[in-house]
Design a protein around this ligand. Structure first.
Ligand code: SIN
Length: 324
């Protein structure tokens, strides 16, 4: 196939370890994230030379510092490129630490029909054996695949849905997992091998409304995550509520509790959360377990997170408050 028949893909750089640089070659941990420009990352992927692609550096951050303003900037660049007829898909290079949140945010707000492929690395670009170049090549493949749509994450030869994926390891190169849902597919030598078939997503009734609300907002509604654990005493919730009495901007509008097991909460924390609910705070139970979900139970006053992890449930509540 010559290049004019091959789909154009846009690669957006945002930083992360994939763009990290260490002082000593081979140092996999003592590096600074977000140093190497996205066009320079391509030098490590000879197979991409001559391929129809464009690159753009949107920003350079360590994704632990991600915030709403940066998400909006990325959202605008992704939607700009997706609207171009000649663009088949977009790749986003991103830090691993909050990648699942960014992918879920973009999926929830944009609901793209073309592929938006988030990729990353666990080792910096200066590592003896960096994992970024293969991940970037795989992501490029996925972004031009006719059966892929919406936001997915590509890492260590696997493709995951934005809704299900979480970072589950602090160091290994295969750091991502989709829990009970499993990976969607693997990428083998430039071929996508589906495990379950392409993901089917239901569209919200009015996606433009949420997009408009996000674009006009300066911040997401304040939704916090608290964890239930042995000796939990509810003091974090009390402190949040007190802070909100002193300054209305700090008043939590929602709280996600990362509950034990199937959504159980220490009784002291549960009392504090019930009191917050009585004052109009939206409270949702997710689980701190790495796998499984909180089983829906209509008898419970605190609803479950519909299978979303605590950090994604936080976003889901914030976006629904924004849209309401
Ligand atoms: C980051 O999330 O930006 C740094 C860590 C990583 O990419 O693995």
């Amino acid at each position: 196939m010559n290049n004019s028949n091959r789909p154009l893909r846009v690669i957006l750089g945002t930083g992360g370890t994939i763009a990290g640089r260490a002082a000593r070659a081979g140092d996999n941990v003592g590096y600074v994230a977000g140093q190497v420009r996205v066009e320079d990352l391509l030098a490590g992927v000879p197979a991409l030379q001559g391929c129809p692609l464009e690159v753009e550096q949107v920003y350079q951050v360590d994704s632990k510092d991600m915030h709403f303003g940066l998400w909006k900037r990325l959202l605008l660049r992704i939607s700009h490129h997706l609207a171009r007829d000649e663009v088949a898909g977009v790749v986003v290079t991103h830090g691993t630490d909050t990648l699942e949140e960014t992918a879920f945010f973009i999926q929830s707000v944009l609901r793209p029909s073309k592929p938006v492929v988030f990729t990353c690395a666990m080792r910096p670009a200066t590592a003896l054996v960096p994992d970024g170049p293969q991940n970037l090549l795989d992501a490029f493949t996925v972004a031009g695949h006719p059966e892929v749509s919406g936001c997915v994450v590509v890492c260590a030869g696997e493709m995951h849905a934005a809704e299900h994926v979480s970072k589950v390891h602090s160091y290994r190169v295969n750091a991502f997992d989709s829990g009970d849902a499993g990976a969607l597919a693997c990428i083998e030598e430039g071929e996508v091998r589906w495990f379950h078939g392409p993901i089917q997503r239901t569209l919200p009734s009015n996606p433009e409304h949420l997009l408009a609300r996000v674009l006009e907002a300066d911040a997401l509604p304040n939704v916090q995550v608290v964890t239930s654990h042995a000796d939990a005493d509810g003091s974090v919730v009390h402190a949040l509520m007190r802070a909100g009495e002193l300054d209305p901007v700090l008043r939590p509008r929602g709280i996600v509790v990362a509950a034990t097991g199937n959504g159980t909460v220490h009784r002291a924390l549960e009392q504090a959360l019930s009191d917050a609910m009585a004052q109009g705070v939206r409270v949702v139970r997710s689980t701190r377990c790495a796998r499984g979900r909180v089983i829906p139970d209509l008898a419970q006053s605190m609803p479950d997170s519909a299978g979303l992890s605590p950090v994604k449930a936080r976003l889901a509540i914030a976006l629904s408050l924004l849209a309401s």
